[in-house]
Design a protein around this ligand. Structure first.
Ligand code: BGC
Length: 515
């Protein structure tokens, strides 16, 4: 064989070796990548198992909610559920008249409202509403700073709205003040802030009367206005719900935070022996965000989120359900997956930033109906500043959002049925009392508010589906979830009107039929 022939053979040999090596590397890479992918799927499966909410488990949560409600009513500190008295025993009924103001302090924004009531149910609208963001630094400063800022804005709002009928500084005005934080009320118009939630931290306000702090700021700012009703946002929502539909027995908020209130018999409020109201009823603010039960399906992500939060061991239910936290749970799961695999892109340092994945963004990705999940890709890239996300990773993101949202919505449904059970309006399908279709199953309306329910379709659908599963189709038909737009603010103005009027309207909470 000539030189050329030997040389050619050597080249062929080298090419073959190289080809084998390349193939080997490729095989190695694909084996590794398959292994990593399997790990991602493992994390996903684990999450799915840990978040399972079969109807049996939901019924256990229903029972636990009802039991905790009893315990919270029996003694102060008897349950994680605070079951706070509101001193609201008269719900608005449509007879209210006059101009009332409301201030709604709920989260990152506050709203001011002017409401004109004409003594007829339908004549409440349209209210004048203005919303303003609370500057970030005021959310962690002093109560004087916060309330001076709010009082000045309120004064400016009043001057503008009253200019057409002659603004007079001497004129006395009445205000309903909605506070979407836990407050231990001492009367219908006063109460002590128990603690902040949802990112607020004004330490000198905790343990002090929040209505009085506002009242002092109104005086400092020269606005003649009296806080005549101090209400939780759930109570405002209940008031508006009942104004429109007297079968309204409870109200639930599922937004940045979550909570519920309902109408209770005063004789069931054992911790306040001797509590007497003309109606024999009182609205109770449950503060259900702090509900806890061993039946709640808790994952390692929930445990870590809680431990790293500013309020560990508090608001356990809220941390599984509400808009403030759902995106954060998803972020934690995907961070864990990205540590197992690079399918989400190589550089993911932004994914380590807590709360970078906000729930509205999560909802947009979850509800992406495009065949190639374009929205998921866009949102993910924008948020994390990473290149394109492979399609299979997009699918995983959607699946994680689905698991987390489904669990939240189903638990919220169980909470609602828990309230119905406590007041005997679950038709016996849960209590094991009477059979379905029994005459005892009365129409029960639950007023509902909050962006998670109103704007996140999948969340709403999962919640309604779970209600039907828990109650059964027949009984579920008697339970109506009614969105009360702007209830927290409007309801406060209505309650201000109801509590201000010297002669109580004839149709009080008595008109809510109680068992
Ligand atoms: C607060 C409640 C409030 C709920 C909904 C929770 O974080 O503790 O008082 O009703 O959020 O806004």
């Amino acid at each position: 064989m000539g030189r050329i022939g030997v040389g050619a053979m050597a080249v062929v040999g080298l090419v073959a070796v190289a080809a084998v090596a390349v193939a080997g590397v490729a095989v190695g890479r694909s084996v590794r990548s398959r292994r990593r992918w399997r790990r991602v799927l493992g994390v996903l499966r684990e999450l799915e198992d840990a978040c399972e909410t079969p109807v049996g488990r939901l019924r256990q949560v229903v029972d636990a909610m009802a039991v905790e409600m009893h315990a919270g009513l029996a003694s102060e500190g008897g349950s994680k559920l605070k079951m706070l008295l509101t001193f609201v025993d008269t719900l608005p009924n449509g007879n209210e008249k006059g101009i009332y103001y409301a201030l709604d302090l709920g989260g990152t924004n506050f709203r001011v409202l002017q409401v004109q009531l004409e003594g007829r149910r339908s004549s409440i609208f349209p209210p004048e509403v203005e919303q303003q963001p609370i500057p970030q630094h005021l959310m962690t400063s002093t109560r004087e700073d916060l309330f001076d800022f709010i009082a000045a804005s309120l004064k400016e709002f009043v001057e503008r709205k009253e200019v057409s009928f002659g603004y007079s500084p001497e004129k006395r005005r009445e205000l309903g003040f909605t506070v979407s934080f836990p407050v231990k009320q001492t009367s219908v118009s006063s109460g002590i802030l128990i603690r902040w939630t949802k990112g607020f931290a004004i330490h000198d306000m905790v343990g002090k009367d929040i209505a009085e702090s506002l009242q002092l700021a109104l005086a400092r700012n020269g606005l003649n206005m009296r806080v005549v009703a101090l209400v939780n946002d759930t109570v405002g929502t209940l008031a508006l719900g009942h104004y429109h539909d007297p079968d309204t027995v409870a109200a639930v908020i599922i937004g940045t935070g979550t909570n519920a209130c309902y109408v209770e018999r005063t004789d069931a409020i054992i911790k306040c022996q001797g509590l007497v109201t003309t109606s024999g009823l009182m609205v109770v603010n449950m503060e259900w965000g702090s509900f806890w039960s061993s039946h709640l399906p808790r994952t390692s992500y929930d445990i870590d989120l809680d431990a790293e939060s500013p309020n560990p061991n508090e608001q356990g239910f809220e941390k599984m359900i509400s808009g403030m936290y759902l995106g954060e749970i998803v972020r934690r799961v995907i961070l864990r997956m990205s540590q197992e695999s690079d399918i989400f892109g190589a550089s993911l340092s932004n994914l380590s930033i807590p709360f970078i994945l906000r729930t509205p963004l999560m909802a947009a990705m979850h509800e992406d109906n495009s065949p190639d999940l374009r929205e998921v890709d866009e949102k993910w890239r924008e948020m994390l500043e990473v290149p394109e996300v492979p399609k299979k990773a997009r699918k995983v993101i959607v699946k994680v959002c689905d698991i987390v949202t489904r669990r939240a919505a189903r638990l919220a449904a169980a909470g609602i049925v828990g309230i119905l059970k406590k007041i005997g309006r679950d038709g016996g399908s849960i209590t094991g009392g009477r059979s379905r279709g029994d005459a005892r199953m009365r129409r029960s309306v639950v007023a509902i508010e909050g962006g998670l329910y109103t704007s996140y379709t999948m969340f709403r659908e999962y919640l309604l589906e779970a209600l039907r599963e828990i109650l059964g189709e027949d009984d579920a038909r008697h339970v109506i979830l009614k969105v009360t737009e702007d209830g927290s603010g409007l309801g406060a103005a209505l309650l201000a009107a109801a509590s201000h009027s010297s002669t109580p309207p004839p149709n009080t909470v008595d008109s809510v039929q109680m068992p």
